[in-house]
Design a protein around this ligand. Sequence first.
Ligand code: G3H
Ligand code: 13P
Ligand code: ZN
Length: 303
Amino acid sequence: MLVTGKNILSKARKGNYAVGAFNFVNMESLQAIITAAELEQSPVIVQTTEGAMNYAGIECISLMAHIAAKRAKVPVALHLDHGKDIYYIRAAIRYGYTSVMIDGSHLPFEKNIAITKKVVALAKKNNVSVEAELGTLGGIEDNVSGVVGLTDPAQALEFVKRTGIDSLAIAIGTSHGAYKFKGKSKLDFKRLGEIRDIVSIPLVLHGASGIPPAVVQKAVRYGAKLKEAHGVSDTHIIKARAGGICKINIDSDLRLTFDAAVREVIMTQPEVFDLRKILGPAREQMTDIARKKMQLFGSSGRA
Ligand code: G3H
Ligand code: 13P
Ligand code: ZN
């Protein structure tokens, strides 16, 4: 069933578990995520970026997701990930999304507050939940250059109070993509604790993929070029969850899994040109990885 982001995340916060928010761009990735949630009896958030909406077409991707979510036997929220342009926020609301992110993290503090308040006003009228972001993603190692701004706890409190958002994405050392750390994962758990102690809405962790070595090795075996890829360790995900993170965003792990599976078919069965035979195994393997994430996040059995 289709529910709001707030509905899913407030239960997660009370129950001390996190819910996966998985990016999708086509039918196969959407079905993989929803099937995983049904098999795990887990609530789930399916999300599209503006780029995904452009790739598939807003109407096509949102209607496909809307139908899949409504028919699912577990709670599903349909979320706009990293909305930066009000055009996409309006489109998401019009096409039945139940949650939107306004990402003003690149803006100065006051401007971020202003755009976020505008989106909250728009979304609340339509019973749509709002996530916003404060701080910029990037590795702790990169912080010495001053380019990365990890979230300041006092600012986070002020931001939440003044905007009326439903959930807050924070920067504690993760980054998007496959190259998050030079070696082992390193997150600022002290900062997470400080934010959690004063901010009373669900916290969100972006850039949380684990970049599993086995998946990277498989992709590389079949021709991918991926050097020194490193993600967030499972231990750190468990610690983040225990420290108050309620929504965990995963895109890269799904992409890598899909990519490795497609490469395998193409390299080992060169006679195959039926798209269902090329994309079917990728959909299955994506389902498996999404299930593992739900188990790791503690959302399995919570539907
Ligand atoms: O932040 C989310 C994604 O990992 C980037 O996705 O390439 O669809 O914008 P995108
Ligand atoms: P990853 O690149 O770590 O999967 O992060 C995805 C994300 O944060 C989407 O918003
Ligand atoms: Zn993100």
